[in-house]
Design a protein around this ligand. Structure first.
Ligand code: NGO
Length: 504
């Protein structure tokens, strides 16, 4: 009897109430049916034969389940739902789900994920994975509470930005970032590829950009850059996780690295010195030289050819030494080049001072007037307010990394706001989505990156995915606390905010 009691105490109870799972982002609806599904060595991931992209999604899900359980979970095409296992299916019979929503049905023997697209099945898979530990303990039985999740996102763009210009982050680091974004159903990774301190993407027709411009970084380190092959590798890795890469070439300011690489891009024809400090607003391309537009054309041509996503980001922020008229002239011409290569323009909110072409998105980071002007001129808005969503802002005055020019952003302050009510005159209809940028003036390593990004990132993912009516700090912080164990198991070096009741 004593032995039995002991056993009962040591075996974790199989979860049977799906509504008790701390999902992030919070799904639109979760209902429980009070039973449990067991993952066995014979459990397979089936996918509807012929549905586009589903085989990849099935392979991804099986791979994750293998990583968690150590079991040999196989994948198999099927014409209809099997009697047991996990089944992915694409169907358009539920219009509410849209292109990224899904319905996850967990029964005692069969789990089905039904969605309008492979992306929806991918997100349903992420929800399923959150019902399991990140890594099972030796011999641990894996059970999932039964029930249904019906879910779809609030915004189509749920993004993170990484500044690889101030400090360079290599391909493996970027892949880890992509994996972590995928867990929280984020679907956009904006790469800030160039700035005063570094040019980080190979341009074959202008090789000195990386040879000279890529050779250092803030603080004077060795810098680095992606070859075009490496960039394609990142794009593909992201694509397999339903994440779009948005490349940014920041212009006409924030261009010292280019101006140091090619003398002819300067109005005085003299190459600038490389720069390893952190000032902003001192550089500009020469807007009245024709070679400048040849340069922009070549750069946009080469990068768009490698970028399947619909957007190209032209920067446009803080061009403090470009005269206003020159700035407007430059942005208008840069936009035309982007359109010529078949992409839609995104730029920081200053670009609203030019004439946004159709389909342009202004990225609100600081200036409300620019942003509302953009909307009046027909642009949509990507919401990235520095005071709420900049991941380089310190948590509080004791944070050893980061900046605080836009204030401190504790985890609750980063979470308790609504994009659709933040700027007067900018409503949900105008908003493409939400993006949280990490600028890296003070961030030099993956550990430092993780410390600033976690635990705030899941909050931005939830703001982008979950309707405001279902968002609430008091319940969110409990779900976030549950994810602390997941962060640990994923080896994420996160900030243990005192506002979150982490379990010991
Ligand atoms: C600003 C500036 C960046 C800085 C960042 C630091 C924008 C859009 N331009 O944001 O160059 O790195 O602040 O927080």
């Amino acid at each position: 009897m004593a032995a039995l009691l002991f056993l009962a105490a040591c075996t974790p109870k199989a979860p049977t109430d799906l509504t008790q799972t701390g999902f992030i982002p919070q799904p639109a609806s979760v209902t429980a049916t009070g039973d449990a599904f067991k993952v066995f060595a014979t459990t397979a991931v089936y996918y509807q034969s012929g549905a586009e992209g589903l085989q990849h999604t099935a392979a991804y899900l099986a791979g994750q389940l293998i990583g968690i359980s150590g079991l040999t979970i196989s994948t198999e095409a099927a014409d209809k739902a099997p009697s047991r296992g996990i089944y992915l299916e694409v169907s358009d019979d539920d219009a509410e789900l849209g292109s990224e929503g899904y319905e996850l049905n967990i029964g005692k023997r069969l789990v089905t994920i039904k969605a309008g697209s492979a992306a929806g099945c991918f997100y349903g898979g992420q929800t399923l994975l959150q019902t399991l530990p990140v890594k099972a303990a030796e011999g641990e039985e894996l059970t999932i509470a039964t029930g249904t999740v019906h879910d779809f996102p609030e915004y189509v763009y749920r993004g993170f930005m990484l500044d690889v210009a101030r400090h360079f982050f290599g391909v493996e680091d970027v892949k880890r970032v992509i994996d972590l974004l995928a867990v929280y159903k984020m679907n956009a990774l904006h790469l800030h590829l160039t700035d005063d301190q570094g040019w980080r993407i190979e341009i074959k027709s202008w090789p000195m950009l990386t040879e000279i411009g890529g050779s250092t970084e803030v603080g004077g380190g060795e810098g680095g850059f992606y070859t075009q092959e490496q960039y394609v590798e990142i794009v593909k890795y992201a694509q397999e996780r339903h994440i779009t890469i948005i490349p940014e070439i920041d212009m006409p300011g924030h261009t010292n690295a280019a101006l140091a690489s090619y003398a002819e891009l300067n109005c005085d024809g003299k190459a600038r010195e490389l720069y390893t400090g952190t000032d902003v607003g001192f550089s500009t391309l020469c807007t009245d030289k024709e070679i400048t537009y040849q340069f922009v054309d070549d750069v946009v041509k080469e990068i768009t050819a490698l970028t399947p996503g619909p957007w190209f980001h032209i920067g446009g922020d803080e061009s403090h030494v470009t005269a206003h008229d020159d700035y407007v002239y430059f942005i208008d011409r840069a936009q035309d080049i982007v359109v010529k290569y078949g992409k839609k323009v995104i730029g920081w909110d200053e670009i609203a001072n030019a004439t946004p072409v159709e389909g342009t998105t202004v990225q609100f980071w600081a200036d409300v007037e620019n942003t509302t002007m953009g909307v009046e001129k027909g642009a949509s808005v990507l919401i990235s307010p520095a005071a709420r969503a900049y991941l380089d802002m310190q948590y509080d005055s004791t944070t050893y990394l980061g900046l605080h020019w836009a204030g401190y952003i504790e985890v609750d302050h980063g979470y308790t706001w609504d994009p659709a009510t933040l700027v007067e005159g900018v409503t949900k209809e105008n908003i493409l989505g939400v993006e949280a940028p990490l600028w890296t003036e003070t961030i030099t390593s993956m550990d430092e990156l993780e410390y600033m990004v976690f635990p705030r990132l899941p909050g931005y993912a939830e703001i982008g995915w979950t309707t405001p009516a279902l968002r609430n700090w008091e319940t969110y912080k409990l779900r976030l606390a549950d994810h602390g164990k997941r962060f640990e198991d994923l080896d994420i070096d996160f900030y243990r905010s005192p506002l979150v009741p982490w379990s010991e």
